[in-house]
Design a protein around this ligand. Structure first.
Ligand code: FDA
Length: 580
């Protein structure tokens, strides 16, 4: 019988991310996954800064950037009647608005990028395997039984049909939006599945002449009267600039699923491109449902679910794969410490406590972003209309010199502005603040948001928040505060007058058998505060300290030097690690 500490079910962003993090931390694990290889369609692509920071910590950021499309080419999100037709409006997106660029540059050492899932998953899985993941493709999860010491999973080899058991101390259900694992362990869900139907059409076509002058990953096409789907909203999405594409097109889910052959798919492509002479090669066609559903608990005994298994939502905001990877990163270090005996079992409960609110937030955000297309339709006079010709006339009417058209133009401007909540939601992407027993309050109230919390990131060292990034200096070179933290260790940051914190950290680390990288930042030390940015960002005095968890979230901070720093760190780490 195969025996392992952790069995990961699924090799998508959640399962692959878990495998990579576990392998990097040296945790014995096995991955089983249903198909013969990784994702076969380029679904996820927007990879946000938080995920890139995780990749930086796990040592794959450069590989991802090398295969990704840089954010400079991601940003002129266009709304039009077809790629060759009338341009209705443009929104600067994904860090390309000069007015927003500094927010992103200041917030993180890592740029966002666009990398299709078909390119990302092999990087993640390749590195995981090279670091020790045992990955079994063509192997399907069938069922599980839990007992006090572990979980016995029945798996099926899809090549032979043979079933066999795998024994694990813990199981991670990362088996996607139709998760059998989540169903089998009875996770509670809120919301509904399959609210609307969508089809993906992947195709090759050189569209440079229509898009290269307004580079973007997303071209939204409003096409009243298109004969598949109700509202006539389609998305032409760049997979590779500018010759590989994915069209997302809605269909009426209350009707039987449409049977789309290559001929019909080519017709849809030509309609959205607006030029029937463009040569098109259809690569694949698939159907999927839009969901609004999230689990309120991610753990059942020794089984943890993550990714789409527990949060199911439309692709708006590009949060699915990102959140799945972030789930995995949150749990991996906790499992590593519990399996080593350094932390108590209760540390694993904090996965639920920290990630379930994020899952709920992104499901609601992504669905709201869909609703926020409504004002665009309204401004264009498309709501309540069924006559395509009339709808086309309403769209065209915005060019007229009449008071109604002026009102229409103003309404459209406002409606397009609302899309910032989908394409420039920096706060949603970076602003996660955890509350759980793995975060120790410092007695200060949660800092107020001074700007819109969804649009803007508010860096803070308040316990539970993500460690703020600033550039420090080491040997004259720039390194991020994030580079000092992570790597599976706790990290303590202090200033020269806080040196006793660093001495205490070394002592307590030995006592508790936990790694703490303690850094004194200041002149003459290994790291200097190059621009004095850390002094401005740390929100504690120079002799205070910020204790950071292995996942770069702040575990605790102390405003100034404590009378007995070792006693404080012992107390705090004892709580975080659930050692009592
Ligand atoms: P995912 O579904 O990817 O993987 C599930 C895994 O489980 C697979 O490896 C499968 O083989 C395996 N599996 C399933 N059943 C099994 C069984 N019984 N036994 C064994 N293995 C089993 N996200 C984002 O962050 N940015 C973006 O830009 C986009 N864009 C986007 C566009 C479109 C059109 C879609 C449809 C989706 C997106 N997404 C996205 C969402 C993203 O694709 C999605 O959230 C992630 O793939 C979820 O990752 P998971 O690993 O949770 O599930």
């Amino acid at each position: 019988m195969i025996e392992t500490d952790v069995l990961v079910i699924g090799s998508g962003p959640a399962g692959g991310g878990a495998a990579l993090a576990l392998a990097t931390l040296g945790v014995d694990h096995v991955v089983i996954t249903k198909y013969r290889w990784t994702a076969n369609t380029p679904r996820a692509h927007i990879t946000n800064q938080r995920t890139m920071e995780i990749f930086r910590d796990l040592g794959i950021e450069e590989d991802v950037l090398a295969q990704g499309t840089p954010h400079e080419l991601m940003g002129d999100t266009v709304f039009c009647t077809s790629l060759a037709g009338d341009e209705i409006g443009r929104v600067r997106t994904w860090e390309t608005d000069p007015a927003r660029e500094s927010d992103y540059l200041l917030a993180s050492p890592s740029p966002n990028c666009d990398i299709p899932q078909t390119f990302l998953e092999p990087i993640i899985i390749g590195h995981a395997a090279s670091r020790g993941s045992r990955i079994r493709f063509d192997t399907e999860y069938v069922g599980l039984v839990q007992d006090a010491d572990g979980v016995t999973v029945t798996a099926r080899d899809r090549a032979t049909g043979q079933e066999f058991p795998i024994r694990a101390k813990y199981v991670l259900g990362a088996d996607g939006g139709r998760s059998q694992v989540a169903a089998d362990v009875g996770l509670p869900f809120e919301g509904r599945m399959d609210l609307a139907g969508s089809m993906n059409i992947v195709f090759h076509a050189d569209l440079s002449h229509l898009v290269a002058h307004r580079p973007s990953v997303l071209y939204w096409v409003l096409q009243p009267g298109a004969d598949i789907g109700g509202i006539g909203l389609g998305l032409v999405r760049m997979v590779r600039p500018w010759n590989e594409w994915l069209i997302v097109w809605g269909y009426d889910i209350s009707l039987p699923p449409p049977e789309v052959d290559d001929e019909m798919a080519t017709r849809i492509v030509h309609e959205l491109v607006g030029d029937p002479t463009v040569p098109v090669t259809i690569r694949s066609i698939s159907l999927w449902g839009n969901n609004k559903m999230y689990a309120t608990r991610y753990r059942a005994g020794r089984v943890f679910c993550m990714g789409d298994a527990v949060h199911r939502h439309p692709p708006s905001n590009g949060l699915g794969s990102n959140t799945s990877i972030q789930d995995a990163y949150n749990l991996a270090w906790k499992l590593a410490l519990v399996l080593r005996g350094t932390a108590g079992e209760a540390l694993l409960d904090t996965f639920d406590a920290e990630r379930a609110p994020v899952g709920r937030q992104i499901v609601l955000r992504a669905n709201k972003s869909i609703e926020e297309f409504g004002p665009i339709f309204e401004a264009l006079g498309l709501i309540g209309q069924s006559d395509p010709e009339l709808m086309r006339r309403h769209i065209a009417a915005r060019a007229e010199n009449t008071p109604e058209a002026a009102r229409q133009r103003e309404a459209l401007r406002k409606a397009l502005e609302l899309k910032n909540y989908e394409f420039n939601a920096h706060g949603v992407e970076l602003g996660q603040r955890y509350a759980s027993t793995a975060v120790v309050p410092d007695g200060t109230p949660e800092p107020e948001y001074t700007r819109d919390p969804e649009l803007y990131h508010h860096p803070t060292t308040w316990p539970g928040a993500r460690l703020p990034h600033v550039w420090l200096g080491r040997d004259g070179r720039r390194v991020s505060t994030h580079d000092l933290a992570g790597k599976g260790r706790f990290c303590l940051l202090t200033g020269i007058s806080g040196e006793p914190w660093a001495e205490a950290a070394a002592k307590v680390a030995q006592e508790l058998d936990v790694e703490i990288a303690a850094h004194v930042i200041g002149p003459g030390r290994e790291h200097i505060d190059l621009y004095e940015d850390w002094a401005r960002a740390r929100e504690v005095c120079e002799d205070g300290c910020v204790l950071v968890r292995p996942d770069l979230h702040v575990a605790w901070r102390c405003a100034d030097l404590a009378a007995d720093p070792a006693a404080q760190l012992r107390r705090v780490l004892g709580a975080v690690l659930a050692r009592d």
